[in-house]
Design a protein. Structure first.
Length: 60
């Protein structure tokens, strides 16, 4: 009996914790994906310009 009581008392403090973990994970992922989408165009433009520069510099 004592063993069953201790197991129940440990599990009472974790109700809803998985939902909270899921929401916090989604918040981090959505924030990171928003930053990547926001700066993605600029990053691709800089890579394009850098590649063009390195290919064209011997002919300048």
């Amino acid at each position: 009996m004592n063993r069953r009581h201790s197991t129940k008392s440990r599990s009472d403090g974790r109700h809803g914790a998985a939902t909270l973990d899921y929401v916090l994970t989604l918040a981090v992922l959505f924030t990171m994906s928003g930053v990547v989408v926001g700066y993605g165009r600029r990053m691709m433009q800089l890579v394009y310009e850098m590649t063009g520069f390195f290919l064209a510099w011997p002919f300048m």
